[in-house]
Design a protein around this ligand. Sequence first.
Ligand code: GLU
Ligand code: ZN
Length: 473
Amino acid sequence: MEVRTRFAPSPSGSLHLGSARTALYSWLFARKYYGKFLLRIEDSDAFRSVKENVDKIINELKWLKLDWDEGPYFQTARLDRYNAVIKSMLKNGTAYRCYCSKDRLQILRKEQIAAGKKPKYDGYCRDKYFRSFSDLPFVVRFRNPDCGVVIFDDEIRGSIVFNNNELDDLVICRSNGAPTYNFCVVVDDMDMQITHVIRGEDHISNTPRQVNILKALNASIPKYAHLSIILGFHGKKLSKRCDDFSIMNYREMGFLPEAILNFLVRLGWSCGDQELFTISEMQNIFSLESVNSASSTFNFEKLMWLNGHYINHLPVDYVASHLAWYMQRRDIDYTTGPKLVDIIKFFGKRYKTLKDIVDHCGYCYCDFYEYDHKLAKKYLSGEIKNFFQILRLRLGSLNIWTYNVVYSSLFSAISECHVDIKQIGMSLRVAITGVTQSPELVTVLYICGQVRVLRRLDMALNYIAGNNNDIFV
Ligand code: GLU
Ligand code: ZN
């Protein structure tokens, strides 16, 4: 039998880390068994800004490269189908109309609570003949079995048992004609022939109701796997509503999809002590049996470590394509400076996110016209003038600009001036970059390019000569 899994987000916000993990596990499971992974948008409850959230979810799934084989299916496009199923259930008696007023249900509830019972619909309308009420508002309820148990084998937690007498006759269609959430999920899982439902543990209590409805529809029952929650900082549940945990936010913080996927796969699943997994490794060895039933904890340092690893180990052209996106977001014209692959090569070891890289390589692309006053005062003094002049001459006369040529020019200027690289290092760094932290000096000179280096040496010499002092005050 073909394995068919689905990711079924409700479009109440953008894609959140926890939901992305659910999507990843469903996707991996389908890929491992050469099955199908479906995307279904559960928009049957009227959410605000559905379109915007759906676009966000789809874009973020694409960015993570969690591709789907079918869909996206939209529940709002399937209302006729749900209504047809409700009609057939009314006909065969697995569902019935309930005309109970709100007042009656409220009184019933109060009485049950007062008697120390769990509030539950009492089945009042189950076997009534309603022709004479037919113009009054009604809901449709599922006729839940009265007794016995409903058991399902959770792939992660083992067998889970519910007593039928604890389950309500669930409303499957509201008085305005709208089918309810649990019902739509059932019809979808049946029609889409889902074999494995992998979802968050907050849906465990829905499962016995869904199983009973599936049985009433003579549908086959999928296998269920409920994933434990992820605890955030301070042991609190990651909030779905909080945009801080959206995939987009992590993208903007400069994380690569590979790092996020590797991070997510380890949040609740393990394979010995292994921490690093390529996507194809994940596909081969992922299994639901090795998913932990205990909650997992979000560890930001680990995500940083993984990102640093992937920045340096994925093909440099690929990482550069992500850096290009990032630079565009920051309005940096990366065509005016070094190749992005060089930036990855020279800055990738120093920083763990694309954001940090971009924060520290701005001087390679954007010109600046004055120095920080304090730095200039400290590092651009008269003593350095002679060395800068010699270096300017040597670098200015170069016809080619390679790392090696720049290297020899720098060191011949150093020996000509009888100085030590340690003596001149910081001054040269400040002159060329305007900051005190950068990769090693030859690299900095090389990637900034001849034109920028000469211009900045002139600017530094100008400052030393006191010509431009007024602009630094
Ligand atoms: N729409 C549900 C959610 O976003 C998932 C339902 C399911 O997977 O069955 O939590
Ligand atoms: Zn009723």
